[in-house]
Write a protein that binds this ligand. Structure first.
Ligand code: ADP
Ligand code: 5GP
Length: 203
């Protein structure tokens, strides 16, 4: 296949309320689809116990984050639950050009920015099976203060209302099942006619 005719990578964007299981499902997905590349975000939030710089996030100061923003080095950025988060641009653009699929695990504000610039991106919304389960998951993770729990759980209702801006909804009942549904979406998107028109020219 020539360089010109092959498919470029597809940009997948996964959002959902805090505690829905985005991080957990992404880890499962990465094991099952190692060809999919997960973008590591920048954040000004403090690392949680066990989180590592360059693995979970690039943990940066507000000044460092601001400087990246001002230099156009972020593909998108947002203030989420009182901290800044953003996607480093260079990594994503170069992977897509190389024909590698990229997955962004980002909030809704960021996803809407990406949608403007990458209308051919695929937007997935991950939800927990119920509000009770969401509450149990955030509390069970044991990472939030009372205040940040309230903030995250309280935001879920408004976040869910944005679901209709996405292409797919995936219920995270069982981690492996949710991951398999996302794999099916990735496969289907690669078979989408609009992404394969180059086949006609080759014929
Ligand atoms: P998010 O990244 O969306 O904020 P996490 O991946 O941190 O969510 O998951 C929140 C908590 O819920 C974690 O403790 C995780 O182990 C748990 N969890 C995630 N998915 C499931 C699931 N399908 N069933 C039960 N617990 C889950
Ligand atoms: P957490 O603090 O729980 O790791 O993440 C909080 C929220 O920030 C989640 O909704 C997560 O998807 C979002 N987030 C993580 N990285 C990014 C990013 O690069 N950009 C945006 N806009 N949101 C992000």
């Amino acid at each position: 296949m020539s360089r010109v005719s092959r498919q470029s990578g597809i940009l997948f964007v996964l959002s959902g309320p805090s505690g829905a299981g985005k991080g957990t499902v992404c880890q499962a997905l990465m094991k099952q689809m190692p060809q999919l590349c997960l973008s590591i975000s920048m954040t000004t939030r403090a690392p949680r116990l066990g989180e590592k710089d360059g693995v979970n996030y690039f943990f940066r100061t507000k000044e460092e984050f601001k400087s990246m923003m001002e230099h156009g080095e972020l593909l998108e950025w947002a203030n989420v639950y009182d901290n800044y988060y953003g996607t480093p641009r260079k990594f994503v653009e170069s992977k897509l050009q190389e024909g590698i699929d990229v997955l962004l695990e980002i909030d809704i504000q960021g996803a809407m920015q990406v949608k403007k610039h990458y209308p051919s991106g695929v937007f997935l919304f991950l939800i927990p099976p119920s509000a009770t389960e969401l509450q149990a998951r955030i509390l069970g993770r044991g990472t939030e203060t009372d205040e940040s729990f309230k903030q995250r759980f309280g935001a879920a209702r408004y976040e869910l209302a944005m679901m209709n801006q996405y292409d797919y909804v995936v219920v995270n009942d069982v981690v492996d099942a949710a991951s398999e549904r996302i794999q099916a979406i990735v496969t289907a998107e690669h078979c989408n006619v609009s992404r394969n028109l180059y086949l006609l020219t080759e014929w």
